[in-house]
Design a protein around this ligand. Structure first.
Ligand code: IVH
Length: 698
């Protein structure tokens, strides 16, 4: 902005009231132009050039001038727009049916295991062949399209699987997505698939970007993501996006019996489906197809990172259901990892959430399959020594999917060296310790170690925890350094720093308001997310969910974990009866809840939050909701895992051992000691058929 006249003081602007009318009109016009330009960069191009604070300063100056000289106000002045800048966010969409991810297979055995697991779950005889549908795994962004009475009404990104972003306006600009389906489409139809860009279109786009001196995209996936997540759909329209349909969300009426049938219907309604695809029987055929697609990869028009196998029968799919966040009936067989050669400059040490010291390689940045990599993990000191890693070495690194890049090998390894992690934590100076039978070296500082405290906070707000947008790594670190946030509950007291935050470099009214409202939204949280967010060792999403289902409320969980400290008592038995919770996980859980500092954190959090009791799925009208069931002996109509999964989905708890708390003991063939114990305790014992009748009855 060029000032309208020489200022008395080069840094302070002339007070608005001292400007004459011409000067005021001149400066206001210049400010309006600048503000509109920055609005466009921010909202349209997703690429702001100035900080929120500087932007706010421009607006404030314009307002001052308009107040002092109302005659210069124009109708289209940005100050006349309601609510200042529109929110940068997309509206949120809750998925009617969660959008899941896929389990991965890497080695051939993973694929044979996949088939075997399915056979066992469904209790199919060894000679019964299972049909699969195999198709490329497209490296794009998943998207759910909702059609009502044949009309496209909403499109949403995956988000965290439960809730995504509303990108309807953008999706309407994608030419390969039908806006209207023929009359035979069900009243409600959600088509799920992948938004992607072909390699050729990507190359053309980057050429044009380069000519226009605009942003260059690293790979087609990033370009597609940037195109889809535009606040201005006219920009999306200029990006050559395409869509493949491959699965369904909510549907009001069934229209196919097989995966094959779904694909045919999708094609009939005008969707493109991933090709080359094939119906195959047995693991051997899947592996051959995988090898074939891998060889074809350079000739396929778009990026793919593996092959997806799906059980063809939808009846089987329904029975197989889901585990955690992925279907049991499908898996993604990934292609081998991408590798590249580079120089390892330095070995640094990172301290993680649980205090583990990890040696990390700082690398000469290198492009590995479309992603620039400048760091790779070296895991632990044994790995450094086994591989003969040293500073200055030439190394091969690899990246597979979302996994952290790793150093695979050193071109000229240094033999016989003894790399040792330091005896003192590089962050807090506490003693480090390596247990005899463990590979990991840990800092003993606990939460007094800033690295552990900060990493825990990062985990707390991460996607599957509190998922607070705007609280990224750097900001958490900054808040921690300044003492504003030392424990998780402090996040919910950030509002008291609002005024201070607004005045900071890089912050402004809007970003502070957005952050505080994202935090407010999370004061209500489900029990499973809450447990996961605590960052207890060995307690990931699946275990957190099982704990939530089993204990139902935070208060109950706390009481039971305290009681479980007594290994001979009922609470400990009850805890270890939960599927997948063995003595080691139980130890970490009990230890966590017993530690004084954690008790304080929990109390502090409970004062700020509303942790919701776990809501049982489909529980309301199920006869077995809330009941504890134990299965024993060999079932004949379904596999043990299928029976358990069905019970869980109807809101029951499944225990591994019989106790006074057991409501039903379901017995198959050759039921042994559990049946005996059930008889001693006088429990209700059901045959498999009686059980099936019970769960089928309304
Ligand atoms: S089927 C119930 N088929 O990969 C989940 N997914 O890593 C059904 N993906 O979230 C997914 N190509 O977004 C399926 N041919 C394909 C796919 C595919 C890419 C994505 C999908 C999923 C992710 C999991």
């Amino acid at each position: 902005m060029s000032p309208p006249r020489k200022k008395k003081d080069a840094t302070a602007p002339v007070p608005a009231s001292e400007l004459n009318r011409m000067e005021a009109s001149f400066e206001a016009a210049a400010l309006r132009k600048q503000i509109l330009h920055h609005d466009d960069l921010y909202h349209g191009k997703d690429a702001p050039e100035i900080s929120d604070a500087d932007y706010d300063a421009l607006r404030r100056r314009l307002e001052e001038i308009e107040t002092a000289h109302p005659e210069v106000i124009t109708k289209d002045s940005p100050t006349k727009r309601v609510g200042a800048k529109p929110a940068k966010d997309f509206a949120k969409v809750r998925h009617a049916v969660p959008m899941l991810s896929l389990s991965n297979a890497f080695a051939d055995e993973d694929v044979t295991d996949f088939e075997e697991r399915i056979r066992k779950f469904l209790n199919l005889p060894a000679d019964e062949k299972i049909d699969f549908w195999a198709e490329p795994k497209i490296d794009g962004l998943s998207c759910s399209l909702r059609y009502e009475k044949g009309r496209l009404v909403q499109a949403a990104t995956r988000g965290d699987g439960e809730e995504g972003e509303d990108v309807t306006a953008n999706v309407r600009t994608i030419a390969t997505i039908p806006q209207q389906l023929t009359k035979d489409a069900p009243d409600i139809l959600e088509v799920r698939g992948e938004v992607y860009m072909t390699r050729a279109d990507f190359a053309k786009l980057n050429e044009a970007q380069e000519e226009a001196d605009d942003k260059i995209f690293a790979n087609p996936r990033n370009a597609a993501a940037g195109g889809l997540r535009q606040l201005d759909p006219s920009i999306t329209a200029k990006r050559p996006l395409r869509f493949f349909g491959y699965a369904l969300g909510e549907v009001s009426e069934e229209f196919a019996q097989t995966q094959d049938g779904i694909r045919k219907k999708l094609a009939h309604w005008g969707f493109e489906t991933p090709e080359p695809a094939k119906k195959l029987t047995g693991a051997k055929a899947l592996l051959d197809f995988h090898a074939y697609i891998y060889a074809q990869r350079p000739d396929i028009a778009y990026d793919l990172d593996g092959v997806v196998y799906k059980v063809n029968s939808l009846d089987y799919q329904k029975r197989l259901g889901f585990i955690s966040r992925a279907p049991r009936w499908a898996t993604a067989h990934k292609f081998p990892a991408e590798q590249a050669e580079t120089i390892l400059h330095k070995i640094i040490i990172q301290v993680g959430r649980t205090g583990v010291l990890t040696p990390v390689a700082e690398l000469e940045p290198v492009n590995v399959g479309g992603v620039i990599v400048s760091r790779a993990t070296l895991h632990n000191e044994d790995e450094v020594n086994r591989k003969g890693v040293y500073e200055g070495a030439r190394v091969i690194i690899q990246r597979a999917g979302d996994v952290i890049p790793q150093v695979v090998r050193v071109l000229e390894p240094r033999e016989g060296q003894e790399y040792k992690l330091p005896k003192k934590c590089p962050v807090c100076g506490s003693t480090t310790l390596r247990e005899e039978d463990e590979a990991a070296t840990r800092c003993t500082g606990g939460l007094t170690c800033p690295a552990q405290a900060v990493e825990r906070l990062r985990h707390f707000v991460s996607k599957y925890g509190f998922d607070i947008e705007g609280l990224g790594e750097k900001i958490i670190q900054q808040f921690w350094d300044e003492g504003m946030v030392r424990g998780p509950a402090d996040i919910f007291r950030l509002a008291k720093h609002a005024e201070d935050l607004k005045t900071r470099e890089g912050w402004g009214e809007l970003s502070v308001a957005n952050l505080l409202s994202a935090i407010e939204e999370r004061r209500k949280i489900s029990l499973d997310r809450f447990i996961y967010a605590l960052g207890i060792r060995q307690v990931g999403q699946a275990t957190a969910r099982k704990l939530a289902l089993h204990y139902e409320s935070l208060d109950n969980l706390k009481t039971q974990m305290a009681a479980a400290a007594d290994h001979a008592g009922a609470a400990y038995l009850d805890l270890t009866s939960i599927e997948d919770i063995g003595p080691a996980v139980a130890e970490d859980l009990v230890g966590f809840f017993a530690e004084a500092h954690n008790k304080d954190v929990l109390r502090d959090l409970q004062a700020e939050l509303d942790v919701r009791d776990f809501e049982r799925p489909d529980a309301a009208d199920s006869k077995i909701s809330g009941k504890t069931v134990v299965f024993t002996g060999k079932l004949s109509k379904m596999g043990r895992d299928e029976a358990k999964a069905q019970a869980l989905s109807l809101g029951a708890k499944v225990a591994g051992s019989v106790s006074k708390k057991t409501d039903y003991v379901v017995t198959g063939e050759d039921a042994g000691s559990k049946l005996k114990k059930a008889a001693e305790l006088g429990l209700t014992v059901l045959s498999e058929d009686e059980w099936l009748a019970l769960v089928a009855s309304p």
